[in-house]
Design a protein around this ligand. Sequence first.
Ligand code: SF4
Length: 325
Amino acid sequence: MSENVILQVNNLKTYFDVTKGIFAPKQIVKAVDDVTFDVKEGETFGLVGESGCGKTTLGRTIVKLYEPAGGSITFEGKDVSKIKGADLKAFRKDMQMIFQDPYASLNPRMTVGEIIKEPMIIHNIYDTDEEREERAVELLKIVGLKPDHIRRYPAEFSGGQRQRIGIARSLAVNPKFIVCDEPISALDASIQAQVVNLLKNIQREMNISYLFIAHDLSMVKYISDRIGVMYLGHIVELGPSNDVYHRPLHPYTSALLSAIPIPDPDQAKARNRIVLEGEVPSPINPPAGCPFCTRCPKATERCRTERPQPIEVGTRTVSCHLYEK
Ligand code: SF4
């Protein structure tokens, strides 16, 4: 991993207008609200949080599937909102995405070879079909599939194999950055580890940067160099994965960690599990103060009215009044 920043996200906001009818009061979903972080070349930045916290929307905004309502995304020094023409095509090639659902993300009518070669055709990567075929076979081997799989259809593969096909497709254009949107959540536990190890090996060989999105903190810790913990559209804690995992600062990170299943029943019994009460507030009407105040076991009156700002605590950035001096 180098110290060069490849992706810089500053105060990013992605809002959706969900107002029903022209005379109804405005309703805005603040799916991503004021998010700031960077990713270095060859780094894996893990993004973790419960379903609906905005992590997938954040990933999709970065790859330009959604337009941000505010803030900025800079990729290799270029403002992503302003790139057009040839620069936009280069951005689409360099920034790839692996989707959560290995069943829905592959066209069932195309062979594996056609699926992998399609992005090469779109981006004019090779001159002849023989060259593309050769590269597709090479990619199948890299992701642990066989060359003769090239003539088969997605329906003939298991979930784990389909995710490998999705990874091969994203590698077909030699990307510099991949947004991995919950790439393992639809897979069996034994297959999850294989896919994560495959992503790690590919990164080591090709120096690709990853934004790895998942709700399982232990898996995110395993693959990531740094972790951002998301709650209700905000990153509430960010830091090196070991520090976040072993010494969480934010009460929400502590709650996420305490929910990770422990295989040893004695250890599990001895653990002080934090059970969060209440529902995640609606992103249409988030709390005025700390976004976590409606469920936080340490909330005070101040938390309900005053939003905590991100502050540096050692290696970490954390948004919580408990750490203000
Ligand atoms: Fe809990 Fe208050 Fe910290 Fe928010 S600011 S996490 S409510 S203690």
